[in-house]
Design a protein around this ligand. Structure first.
Ligand SMILES: Cc1cc2nc3c(=O)[nH]c(=O)nc-3n(C[C@H](O)[C@H](O)[C@H](O)COP(=O)(O)OP(=O)(O)OC[C@H]3O[C@@H](n4cnc5c(N)ncnc54)[C@H](O)[C@@H]3O)c2cc1C
Length: 451
């Protein structure tokens, strides 16, 4: 029986960050991962000869971002793509009205002004909201006060619903009024032409990662922890649990003794959203050369509403669209061909027969994924930002939690996963871990191995 200083459960961004920092500090660490790969919800499919990011794609705001600093220090190339957060303006977009008609410059300017006004009123309503108010409640109050004509209100209502679905994977009526408080984007957004999972792969290279080791039980005592995976017991002084919230609240891992209320409360209160991606490649580009996004408002965009041009990554005309929230859950039950046909018929309402027959497609089903049970966490009605950080523990000094759901500042992101892994390592080591040193050690090791 081998004994470790720390067992890390999960080889996603948070788990690999913690493990790497602890190993750099001299600890003996094992990482137990259920999947047959590392990266978790950062997953790049390279089967077609170019990268397709089926999980995370964006850094949502590079200003004052430790994640961006790390990407820079590791020399990972990026492409600026500042519409990953459902903005209405700022970059060229093709907007279509509820009847599927292309909006001209004046109509687009009016639309942007309408959303700005509604957003200002929405902030006021959120500020004066009461505990238990949903994002739908505050949205409706803001729209009531806007004084805009009913048909324009309908379009904004739809837009707000879609924004919540894309940012949180949730139905607007299930999100707390404060559920998008942490959503500010500072600076440009970027995507990864070599695939985002390069980052966790490079952090994790050389670590003792046991793939296809699904953890089913975690026992703790004052002596440490015993973790069960694949019929084997792993012993250590402590563990860091980084499995997604969807796994924690599914009960597929038994904790002995049961987790205290301080941690089980947040697990039951926070929500796990569903956000799926559909990539479609076309023989020819039929949308504007400079357009970042094609967006349909109102009825024309009831389900499939936003199409992001990601051709720069593959070199082939490619649009990425999302199915999130309740629609994302329903979509998962259908066959790929049906999903793509449905999405294309919505796109043809906008661009007609110019929309060619697709050359290839990729469809995700994160809500059915047995190692995540959803895409990312959200602030369900009645939960609070404090719940995210409370979820980190530690419990009895031996059980730490990390992962996007445990970081209250910007949950649901890669940045949150990274920061939470960093926090868990610092808590265990009881001293600061400088991020510049962390990055420098990775590149130094890569240089040594390349020799
Ligand atoms: C479709 C999609 C798009 C996204 N887009 C973005 C984006 O553009 N920008 C952004 O910042 N974020 C985005 N995110 C969110 C981002 O991917 C996550 O916040 C982040 O990757 C989470 O990292 P993590 O370490 O917390 O969890 P994970 O990456 O999920 O790692 C946890 C690991 O635990 C493993 N595991 C689960 N159960 C067990 C078990 N029983 N035993 C052992 N191992 C187990 C899992 O397999 C996984 O590898 C997106 C997510 C999805 C799904």
């Amino acid at each position: 029986m081998s004994t470790f200083d720390t067992i890390v459960i999960g080889a996603g961004m948070s788990g690999l960050t913690s493990a790497r920092m602890l190993v750099d500090a001299g600890q003996k660490v094992v990482v137990l991962e259920g999947r047959d790969r590392v990266g978790g919800r950062m997953h790049t499919d390279r089967g077609a000869g170019y990268p397709v990011d089926l999980g995370a794609s964006w850094i949502h705001g590079i200003e004052d971002s430790p994640l961006w600093d790390l990407v820079q220090a590791l020399g990972i190339p990026t492409i600026e793509y500042t519409v990953g957060s459902f903005q209405v303006g700022g970059r060229p977009m093709e907007n279509f009205d509820g009847d599927g008609r292309r909006m001209d410059a004046a109509a687009t300017a009016e639309w942007i002004a309408d959303v700005d006004l509604a957003d200002r009123l929405l902030l006021e309503e959120i500020d004066s909201s009461s505990p238990g108010d949903t994002y739908l409640d505050v949205t409706e109050r803001a729209l009531d006060r806007s004084g805009l004509p009913p048909e324009r209100i309908d379009e904004i209502r739809e837009f707000f619903r879609h924004r919540v679905e894309e940012q949180c994977g949730a139905w607007i009526g299930d999100l707390d009024a404060h559920g998008l408080d942490e959503d500010a984007i500072e600076g440009d957004e970027v995507i990864f032409p070599r695939g985002y999972d390069e980052l966790p792969r490079r952090i994790g290279a050389g670590l003792d990662v046991r793939l296809e080791h699904t953890v089913t039980r975690v026992s703790r005592s004052s002596d440490g922890v015993v973790v069960h995976a694949n019929g084997t017991e792993f012993h250590a002084d402590r563990a860091i649990v980084t499995v997604p919230l969807g796994i924690l609240n599914s009960g597929t891992i038994t904790f002995e003794p049961a987790l205290p209320d301080a941690v089980s409360g947040p697990i039951s209160r926070l929500g796990m959203g569903v956000f799926n991606k559909v990539f479609v490649q076309f023989p020819e580009r039929f949308w504007d050369e400079e357009a970042y996004v094609i967006r349909a408002l109102g009825e024309a965009g009831e389900h499939w509403h936003s199409w992001y041009d990601v051709s720069a990554v593959s070199g082939v005309p490619t649009l990425l669209t999302f199915a999130a929230g309740p629609f994302g859950r329903r979509m998962q039950q259908r066959a790929d061909a049906e999903i793509v046909a449905d999405a294309l018929s919505a796109l043809r309402l906008l661009h007609g027969e110019a929309v060619g027959e697709p050359l290839a497609h990729w469809v995700t089903r994160w809500g059915d994924d047995r190692f995540s049970n959803g895409s990312y966490s959200y602030l369900a009605t009645g939960s609070s930002h404090h719940d995210h950080d409370a979820l980190a523990g530690p419990v009895d000094g031996v059980l730490h939690f990390a992962g996007e759901a445990t970081w209250g500042d910007e949950p649901a992101t890669v940045g949150a996963a990274f920061a939470s892994g960093h926090r868990a390592a610092e808590r265990i080591l009881d001293h600061a871990v400088e991020l510049a040193d962390f990055a420098a050690r990775i590149t130094a090791r890569e240089r040594t191995e390349a020799r």
